[in-house]
Design a protein around this ligand. Structure first.
Ligand code: NAD
Ligand code: UGA
Length: 435
């Protein structure tokens, strides 16, 4: 049993805190957002993540997990402090480190004994050294500490599983002893542990996200070529994925990647490269291709409808991916806005992200049921591949719609089957039409 403090209780911080508590540690979860902590103390989750409410509740009941807004309380007798605050995009694509700086400064001012400070936030290469300077310069009197980089690789929607079965744990530090102690915390997960220097660990995180985003953009480009040449990208991806050097993950063609991380991390890595006069050609192209994709999708919907003006379009799903309520950089935001700008009336259904979506897009109407949304719609567009869309009663949907037009932005449906029901159907990269 170790005493751990997690600073920043968002998607990463809350999962990290609850999962470390579940391993038997004593965890104090700290956030500056008073409402968030007040709610957590009442058992109200700030985010939707499958399994999280039960996990948090169980560990709170066992007195292994507590919540606070007080740094003094959180750091008392604590050996490890994980920083998991947000690092959003700044004005020029750089990572905005204001929250990391604020957290590090308050830790320095509050700590009273040796502390291992662990950067879990995704931070630019060199931030570990910078955090060490902040700590040193803000301590009222010198207290020994170590900084370790421990980047997070979990995905939203499967975060608890990803925490418990990581592909690897990456640790970076110049203090080998501190890194070994952080490694001990991760031993029960039985994943490969890589200990390297601070900057290399920070780079592994950015390189990983940039590679995954590039892989998705690659299959999206292949999808467009498939569509033009009469091949089916879903089958192409399966065929490619059997090659172990390629692997089958991240080969689902669709509307492009969104979320709180790929967009900002690819831009931040490009920014770091440019600062050092290295031209990030691939990274810049990938970012442009990804944003262009949203425009292309809207053009395709317009082609199917003839015009957007005066049409009623229903969006199935709004979250940037299924099993989350996160709307950060969701492709749905740009797509819905472009449809509205083109003169369409847009309605949307999302089982979990509706409230967040409504806050961002007041111009669209959120509905409570996909069938209500289909009623008198000119077209439906699959934006997020929620499980509950996979076996909708499409016959009923067709009968409710004004015109049975279906743009399947996530290739959820079988084109031949949907067409046989009388829909005008277009997926992504489904060029093979059965002939
Ligand atoms: P988030 O926005 O969900 O949560 C951040 C939390 O930090 C908020 O609750 C905020 O109130 C709190 N905070 C801000 N300043 C603070 C301070 N000074 N002291 C204490 N708390 C403070 O962020 P997130 O999505 O969990 O991301 C956190 C970091 O993890 C980012 O760097 C991100 O790139 C990285 N990451 C995120 C994911 C993901 O799936 N979301 C996955 C891997 C890595
Ligand atoms: C991603 C990474 O997968 C995590 O390893 C990483 O920790 C995290 O970013 C982060 O740094 O925040 P996440 O954004 O939660 O996780 O979700 P993904 O499943 O990777 O999906 C990201 C985006 O790519 C979504 O918009 C999704 O729809 C899209 N995607 C994903 C595709 O279009 N095709 C795919 O095959 C996979």
């Amino acid at each position: 049993m170790k005493q751990i403090c997690v600073v920043g209780i968002g998607y990463v911080g809350l999962v990290t805190a609850a999962c470390f508590a579940d391993l038997g540690n004593r965890v104090i979860a700290l956030d500056v957002n008073e409402k968030r902590i007040e709610n957590l103390n009442k058992g109200i989750m700030p985010i939707y993540e499958p399994g999280l409410e039960e996990l948090v509740g169980r560990n709170v009941s066992a007195h292994r997990l507590t919540f606070t807004t007080s740094y003094a309380e959180a750091l008392k007798d604590t050996e490890f402090a994980f920083i998991a605050v947000a690092t959003p995009s700044g004005a020029n694509g750089e990572a905005d480190l204001q929250y990391v700086a604020a957290a590090a400064k308050t830790i320095a001012q509050t700590m009273s004994a040796h502390l291992i400070i662990i950067n879990k936030s995704t931070v630019p290469v060199g931030t570990g050294d910078w955090v060490a300077d902040i700590i040193k310069n803000n301590q009222p009197k010198p207290i020994p500490f170590a900084v370790v980089s421990c980047p997070e690789f979990l995905r939203e929607g499967t975060a608890i599983g990803d925490f418990n079965q990581p592909h690897r744990t990456v640790l970076g530090s110049f203090d080998r002893d501190a890194a070994e102690k952080v490694a001990q915390l991760h031993l029960p997960l039985r994943s490969p542990i890589i200990i390297t220097d601070l900057r290399t660990a920070e780079m592994i995180k950015y390189a990983s996200n940039a590679f995954l985003a590039t892989k998705i953009s690659f299959i999206n480009e292949i999808a467009d070529i498939c569509e033009a040449l009469g091949a089916d990208v879903k089958e192409v991806a399966v065929g490619m994925g059997y090659d172990k050097r390629i692997g089958s993950a991240m080969l689902d063609a669709g509307l492009g990647w969104g979320g709180s991380c790929f967009p900002k991390d690819v831009k931040a890595l490009a920014f770091m490269a440019e600062e050092k006069l290295v031209e990030p050609r691939i990274l810049n192209t990938v970012t442009h291709a990804n944003y262009d994709r949203r425009r292309t999708v809207v053009k395709r919907i317009e082609q199917m409808l003839g015009t957007l003006q005066g049409k009623t379009i229903g969006l199935l799903g709004m979250a940037f991916k299924p099993n989350t309520d996160d709307m950060r950089e969701a492709p749905s935001i740009d797509i819905a806005q472009m449809l509205v700008d083109g003169g369409a009336t847009v309605r949307a259904y999302d089982p979990v992200a509706a409230e967040n979506a409504h806050g961002i897009l007041p111009a669209i109407t959120m509905v409570d049921d996909p069938y209500d949304m289909a009623k008198d719609s000119d077209a439906l567009v699959v934006i997020t591949e929620w499980n509950e869309f996979k076996q909708l009663d499409l016959e009923r949907i067709r009968n409710l719609m004004k015109t049975p037009i279906l743009f399947d932005g996530r290739n959820v449906y079988d084109p031949a089957e949907v067409r046989s029901l009388g829909f005008s159907y277009r997926g992504v990269g489904r060029g093979f039409d059965g002939k």
